[in-house]
Design a protein around this ligand. Structure first.
Ligand SMILES: Nc1ncnc2c1ncn2[C@@H]1O[C@H](COP(=O)(O)OP(=O)(O)OP(=O)(O)O)[C@@H](O)[C@H]1O
Length: 290
């Protein structure tokens, strides 16, 4: 599998819009959620994610993107509505997924290699330790951490911890990846490398990815579809937009200069700005003021 990944890194092959969108992987039904019974964080969320689809959540800070992602991962208990993954409710069955969240969630008493080995072991219980160690090293090398496999989280920078968490999520081998701003703390060169890696993995291994980002270019580059959350309190999904840009086989630089890419980028930014302006108007009309 790691050999497969290495081959993919050398031969970039971006997803076509046609090859995705088959069976439903995730169904989010009527989700209402608040942390404290006073402020509603998510309001009647309805969402479907198809098998193999790359879905990106966008929206202003605090609108509930991470909360919904944690709920999909089975990490946030809830009482209203349901989330079903592969026809099983996350309330009953802990979902089988690789996760990367903003807090990295590495075990501080294990070095990078052992953190990845632990994830690998969950699915490969009988695999000899030597083999686990070798595969863990290969995944860490994929994310440019081959030199730091013996480092503990306390000895790593934010970007290194983030890459170790990505290696761990990928090595887990689930066909569902949930990623919350996974490239936020990375330098631009590593960020580009990992964007390409994740596109290849999702397309060629048919993994379903739900990914949160604030970066519009990253969203368009990665996504088949972008979900926009409403700003402010009472978070809701306001738009689901298929990315109309043909990305397969297109060089990254050319893609970013493509008029269709730029026009879509502009319309996405306008859409989000408009929503922020409308939400401010509503707050003023409701008497909340600014
Ligand atoms: N554990 C928690 N307890 C109470 N309130 C919380 C908790 N986690 C998040 N919140 C609140 O819920 C709201 C939504 O937070 P969430 O992190 O889901 O937003 P987000 O859209 O992912 O934001 P960002 O883009 O800044 O990461 C915010 O107002 C936040 O303060």
């Amino acid at each position: 599998m790691v050999q497969l990944l290495e081959r993919q890194v050398q031969e970039p092959e971006l997803p076509s819009l046609e090859q995705t969108h088959k069976k439903t992987k995730i169904k989010v039904h009527n989700i209402d959620f608040s942390y404290d019974d006073k402020t509603k964080i998510l309001n009647d969320i309805q969402l479907e994610v198809k098998e193999g689809e790359f879905l990106v959540f966008m929206g202003p800070s605090g609108c509930g993107k991470s909360t919904l992602l944690r709920m999909i991962a089975g990490l946030e208990p809830f009482s209203d509505g349901d989330i079903v993954i592969d026809e099983k409710s996350v309330r009953q069955t802990h979902p089988d997924c690789g996760v990367v969240f903003q807090d990295y969630s590495l075990f501080p008493w294990l070095n990078a290699q052992s953190n990845v080995m632990l994830a690998l072991k969950q699915r490969n219980k009988k695999m000899p330790k030597k083999e686990l160690a070798h595969i863990a090293e290969q995944y860490l090398t994929l994310v440019n951490l081959g030199h730091a496999i013996k480092k503990y989280p306390g000895q790593m920078s934010g970007g290194m911890k983030q890459r170790a968490a990505i290696a761990r999520a990928l090595s887990f081998g689930s066909d569902l990846l949930l990623m919350d701003e996974p490239f936020g703390a990375l330098d631009p060169v590593t960020r580009i490398k990992l964007q390409d890696l994740i596109v290849q993995i999702s397309a060629e291994q048919k993994r379903t990815v739900v990914f949160v980002t604030h970066d519009v270019d990253e969203a368009i580059y990665l996504a088949d579809r972008i979900i926009i959350f409403a700003p402010g309190k009472n978070g809701a999904v306001t738009k689901s937009i298929e990315v109309p840009v043909q990305k397969k086989g297109t060089n990254r630089q050319k893609l970013f200069e493509d008029p269709q890419f730029r026009a879509f980028r502009e319309s996405l930014l306008n859409e989000m700005n408009e929503q922020i302006v409308n939400s401010l108007k509503t707050e003023i009309t409701d008497g909340a003021g600014i």
